[in-house]
Design a protein around this ligand. Structure first.
Ligand SMILES: Nc1ncnc2c1ncn2[C@@H]1O[C@H](COP(=O)(O)OP(=O)(O)OP(=O)(O)O)[C@@H](O)[C@H]1O
Length: 874
């Protein structure tokens, strides 16, 4: 269905003057009164983001039915029903229901805790409101869901646009609308209403409207809310099934590649099993479709149908453990698995490796002499960019400059000027310019002059200074020397220009006069050195991707015990194609002077080079890399868009917390791997044994209902694996599930299992001969049922990644589960349920023989496991 955004943006019409718009919304330039806002909230409802509404139970249930394993089970159930094999159909129905209920409740629980965690991360918006009619307006943070039409909202870089807004004022505002339009380049917005009844266009291209779901790339603005909640353009887009464009994340995540990859291989294998059984039986025994229920049961027996449940439970449990102490919040469950697989972690420098509390250390002129005037001009720049660009808060560098200047000069330097214009720093822009004039100064009055005060990265500022090549090189050398000493270096320059009313643009930053350098020291974060070392021990290589000077970055790395090697700067990256960059990225530890696109390219190159790559960053300039990484990590106080793009949110930018999260991810993955190894080895062995027995015996080795009932008990017991305590080794290496290694493991152990099963046949065949007739078959079935559940219990104990007896710890929930399984295996065939399933007990002597088979099997398993442990893990 064609859908036009202009149809949604409710009153007032997008055209009209600011006052008309505000009046139509019964608001004003001083903002709403709190009581009025409350009343509007009751009338319009909460401003919830459309994607956030929780799924209903029927939907959740339907979603779990869509899972491929469940779909296959349902298909097999239908085949059984068509063939009137009601017993098989009923047991499959029970299996499907149990797995759907477990899955839906697991997901419900996971969603509920994710929602609780989101509360912790609840996005806020800055609004201008008044306590009463008479009070002055104040800017304050309110939760985004409390916004109402008529609210005045202030926007700054990194903000998510919280509702649909009509801009009232904008300075250098560009927004990213990819989520709505798929357009990846930022779009310029302005407060001026273009002429025309519809506000100068239709759809998203009207420059004075900003839509919920877009994000601020640069600049600042204020605007009035024209639509919230279900009335926003984004809601309209979703309800018209227009979908969100450009939201699609990375292609295949490590989770998709490993767990889902294995699942699909198994499904194909399973779908082959049933026809194979049918063909073999038809050829050898001349049986026809009557073997179908047995073939179906064998295929079901092979299915690791609990995989989705185990995966959700193991990951949700890991995420809950991390959230318990409020340190780490996992926003997308599979990201916990991916975190465990990370072998390269890219981090920015500032605030991750350093404290981001810079302190002014140097203020010197062009000749390297201490000169307070340089600090003075740096402070003028900081003060007026802050005021004129209406930045919500100064960045840490500006704050340090302002604080030191205020302390040294006694007053706030810069207040003696009037601000004219400002061009702040932004993603990819490493300098800022404030244009000021001195009021009342006869020299500057009418003939007036504007002073451009520029400060920023030395390379960028020196490029814009009127200097000869030798002098520029000399000054760049001095900046390098300061940076090599570990300082963050800013160059300061000025220019006098005739006054003008036209706004200033980056093109005006030329022919500047060099003023001097300021250098700031930023101490390494206290826990960073230890965290880097611990990550290295756990097989995670840390790489630094920074916007800062190569010298500063190298020095910080050395202080943390991280060998920086040869630092690569962004201009070199620009000369490389993707293949060459992938090679270089693997061998490089520090990339400096990176703009956002460089950070993203490096991350992509590392992924293409076969690394599972995490990225930790908190700013607008980290956004592209957060999206490009396998796992994006952001601290809680990062900008809205970075938090929204991240898969994992940290309470603070603390690498040690991330290291703990990685270990938790590996433990969850270890439990998933345990399940796969155990269930597949056991199922594979059983299927081989059943096929052989089916071909040799004149009767079915197990009735379909018996196969399915024992499957049900095995499944239930295996749930314990999701709660297992993995062994100490589980957190040591990146946890990657390699399908080939898994297949090798499963084949080996499956054959061992089949051997035990066949030995059991031998024993049972003796029993059948001694008992004879129908009773013999029933005893055979009972014997095999018992042996199967007991071997499955043994496999669970001996093949799990969990702590084993040798590690001297309690086995967690697995031991009770295995005990339960053994009790069912021994007692069920002797009970009335056993009789209903056509089973009778064996003479005691055969139990003795079975015990012998089991003991031999257990010994074989233990030896094979010890050998497998010496090889690379599956
Ligand atoms: N307030 C500022 N005024 C002038 N120049 C600045 C300011 N903030 C940053 N810069 C310049 O831009 C460069 C890049 O800054 P950016 O924020 O991209 O990275 P960073 O903070 O240095 O490092 P990281 O990427 O590790 O967080 C800085 O090294 C500095 O030279």
């Amino acid at each position: 269905m064609a859908w036009a955004p202009e149809a949604r943006t409710a009153a007032p019409g997008p055209g009209g003057s600011d006052l008309e718009v505000l009046r139509a919304l019964e608001s004003g330039p001083r903002g709403l009164v709190e009581a009025e806002a409350d009343e509007r909230l009751a009338r319009h409802g909460e401003n919830t983001f459309p994607g956030r509404r929780p799924a209903s139970w029927p939907r959740r249930f339907a979603r779990s039915l869509r899972d491929p394993f469940t779909a296959v089970l349902v298909g097999l159930g239908l085949v059984s029903a068509v063939l009137a094999a009601w017993g098989t159909a009923c047991v499959i129905a029970v299996l499907v229901t149990v797995s759907c209920v477990l899955r839906a409740t697991g997901e419900h629980r996971a969603d509920r805790s994710a929602a609780a965690l989101r509360e912790l991360l609840a996005a806020t918006a800055t609004v201008r409101r008044r306590a009463t009619d008479a009070s002055p307006p104040t800017a304050r943070e309110v939760p985004v869901d409390q916004l109402v039409p008529g609210d005045l909202v202030l926007l700054a870089p990194g903000d998510l646009v919280p509702a649909d807004l009509r801009l009232l004022r904008a300075t250098g505002l560009t927004v990213h609308e990819a989520a709505l339009t798929g357009e990846s380049a930022p779009v310029r917005k302005s407060a001026e209403t273009p002429p025309g009844p519809d506000g100068g266009g239709s759809g998203f291209d009207r420059p004075h409207l900003c839509f919920q779901g877009s994000s601020v790339v640069s600049g600042t603005a204020s605007g009035v809310v024209v639509a919230t909640g279900r009335d926003t353009v984004l809601s309209g887009a979703l309800s018209a099934e227009h979908g969100l464009r450009g939201r699609g994340r990375r292609t295949a995540t490590p989770f998709d590649r490993s767990v889902n990859g294995i699942a699909w291989t198994l499904i194909r294998f399973m779908l082959l099993t049933a026809p194979l059984v049918l063909i073999a039986d038809a050829l050898l025994h001349g049986r026809g479709l009557e073997t179908m229920p047995f073939a179906v049961a064998v295929a079901v027996g092979l299915t690791p149908e609990m995989l989705p449940v185990i995966v959700t439970t193991a990951l949700a449990r890991g995420a809950a453990l991390l959230a318990r102490d409020g340190e780490v919040i996992v926003r997308r469950l599979p990201a916990l698995h991916d975190l465990g697989a990370v072998d390269v972690l890219c981090v920015d420098k500032t605030g991750t490796l350093t404290e981001d509390r810079p302190v002014l250390a140097v203020s010197e002129d062009a000749d390297g002499r201490p000169d307070p005037a340089v600090l003075h001009w740096a402070a003028v720049n900081a003060l007026w960019t802050l005021h004129l660009a209406e930045l919500p808060a100064p960045d840490a560098l500006d704050e340090a400059v302002l604080d030191t200047a205020a302390a040294d000069f006694g007053t706030d330097p810069g207040e003696e000027y009037e601000g004219v214009d400002a061009l702040p720093c932004g993603p990819g822009r490493r300098l800022s310019t404030a244009v000021v004039r001195r009021p009342g100064d006869p020299r500057f009055a009418l003939a007036s002059t504007h002073t451009l005060v520029v400060k920023g990265a030395p390379e960028d500022v020196l490029d814009r200074c009127a200097l000869d090549a030798a002098e520029r090189e000399r000054l760049a050398g001095r900046a390098r020397a300061l940076a090599d000493g570990g300082l963050r270096v800013l160059a300061v320059a000025r220019a006098e220009r005739p006054a003008r009313s036209r706004p200033y643009a980056p093109g005006d930053e030329h022919d500047l006069t060099f003023t001097g350098f300021v250098g700031l020291s930023d101490a390494p974060a206290p826990s960073a050195a230890e965290a880097v070392e611990r990550l290295a021990r756990r097989g995670v290589t840390v790489k630094v991707l920074t916007g800062d000077h190569p010298g500063t970055a190298a020095r910080v790395c050395r202080e943390l015990g991280l060998d920086p090697g040869e630092v690569v700067t962004a201009d070199r990256i620009d000369t490389l194609d993707d293949t060459a960059l992938a090679r270089l990225a693997t061998d490089t530890t520090v990339f400096a002077r990176c703009a956002p696109e460089h950070k993203a390219r490096i991350v992509r190159a590392l992924r293409e080079g076969g690394h599972t790559t995490g990225f930790l960053g908190d700013g607008v300039n980290d956004l592209a890399a957060l999206r490009a990484a396998d796992v994006g990590v952001c601290p809680r106080d990062g900008v809205d868009v970075a938090r929204e793009a991240a898969d994992v949110v940290l309470a603070s930018k603390d690498l040690t917390a991330l290291e703990r999260a990685i270990v938790t991810g590996r433990r969850s993955s270890a439990n998933i791997a345990s399940y796969l190894r155990i269930t597949l080895s056991s199922n594979f062995g059983n299927v081989i044994a059943m096929l052989v027995a089916g071909l040799v015996l004149p009767f079915l080795p197990m009735l379909p209902a018996q196969v399915l009932v024992q499957n049900l008990f095995f499944d239930a017991a295996q749930l314990a694996l999701a709660f297992d305590k993995p062994g100490a080794g589980a957190g040591e290496r990146p946890a990657v599930l390699r399908p080939r290694a898994l297949l090798r493991f499963v084949t080996g152990f499956g054959l061992l299992n089949a051997a035990a099963d066949l030995a059991t046949f031998g024993v049972l065949a003796l029993a059948v001969r001694s008992l004879g007739g129908h009773g013999g078959q029933e005893a055979f079935h009972a014997g095999w049922f018992t042996e199967n559940l007991l071997t499955q219990g043994m496999v669970m104990l001996l093949l799990r990644s969990g702590r084993r007896a040798a590690e001297g710890r309690a086995a967690g929930p697995v031991l009770p589960a295995v005990t339960g399984l053994a009790v069912v295996g021994l007692l069920l065939p002797l009970s009335p349920v056993g009789a209903a399933l056509s089973m009778t007990g064996l003479p005691p002597v055969y139990y003795g023989l079975l015990a012998l088979v089991l003991a031999l099997y257990g010994a074989g398993l233990a030896v094979a496991r010890a050998r497998a442990d010496r090889q690379p893990a599956a």
